[in-house]
Design a binder for this molecule. Structure first.
Ligand SMILES: [Zn+2]
Length: 259
């Protein structure tokens, strides 16, 4: 079952049973699907029940809970730097994780992501959905190939996992906290009011970005505690909690970076 939430006019969050979200933006001539969820539910069927417009599908990054539904679409674009992530997954691993995330039977993956014919390299940096210009912004940090979609007319940024208030720099293909800091500084200079992340169906205000920047600055020389992500892919790391407020802001770095 996919839950659909309209967060702005023509902007929807589609959340699958594994709590992975895709963002659907419907323009005048085209629609954009940003991510395809874990693959446990048929996002294509849901999208097709919502719009018949030509569809552009882009992955925010290569992690399994964002690319899982890709094979249900003809063409899906992913940043070149994240192809190694996707190519690393085998179907047994994905099927096991899917079961652990949903605790129920899902249609299993029959092929490994590296065999999917739908995959294309993201080789353009802007597109138009019809009176809605969209720009692809590098959000490197969470992964090397993380991208966001900036939609100036809606004053909105779609950010995947790159701008979650608990910044995770401990998963596959992650970069350093310095890279994350540089990304946040660039994001700060973009004009938008709200952003969407991939595991929440709410809009976050842009002011969180400033708190995230401060978190990285404040973390210098502070104590980081051992952390293990409680669900797939169970990555370990070190966490620094900066502040609570309207949303807890924290930074998780890898064990290598801590050393
Ligand atoms: Zn991720």
């Amino acid at each position: 079952m996919v839950t659909v939430t309209e967060v702005l006019k023509n902007v929807y969050v589609l959340k699958d049973r594994a709590n992975c979200c895709a963002n659907l933006v419907v323009g005048d001539n085209k629609a954009l699907l940003f991510d395809t969820g874990s693959g446990v539910d048929d996002m294509n069927e849901v999208v097709r029940s919502m719009t018949k417009l030509p569809l552009l599908v882009i992955n925010s990054h290569g992690h399994f809970d964002h690319i899982g539904g890709n094979n249900r679409f003809d063409k899906v674009y992913l940043s070149e730097s994240d192809f190694p992530v996707l190519e690393d997954y085998d179907k047994e691993m994905l099927n096991r994780w899917m079961k652990e995330l949903t605790r129920e039977a899902a249609q299993p993956f029959l092929t490994a992501p590296k065999e999917w014919k739908c995959m294309r390299t993201l080789d353009f940096d802007s597109f138009d959905l019809g009176h809605m210009r969209c720009e692809i912004i590098s959000l490197r940090g969470h992964t090397a190939g993380s991208v966001g979609i900036w939609i100036p007319s809606e004053r909105l940024l779609l950010s995947g996992d790159a701008l979650t208030p608990v910044m995770c720099l401990n998963f596959q293909n992650h970069l350093s906290k310095q890279a994350q800091y540089e990304t946040l500084m660039r994001v700060q200079s973009l004009e938008f009011d709200f952003y969407l992340t991939s595991h929440q169906d709410i809009l976050y205000p842009k002011r969180l970005v400033e708190r995230m920047i401060n978190c990285i600055k404040n973390s210098e020389g502070k104590k980081f505690h051992f952390y293990q992500y409680p669900q797939p892919p169970y990555a370990k790391g070190r966490i620094y909690l900066d502040s609570l407020g309207e949303e807890p802001i924290a930074l998780i770095i890898s064990e290598e970076e801590k050393e």
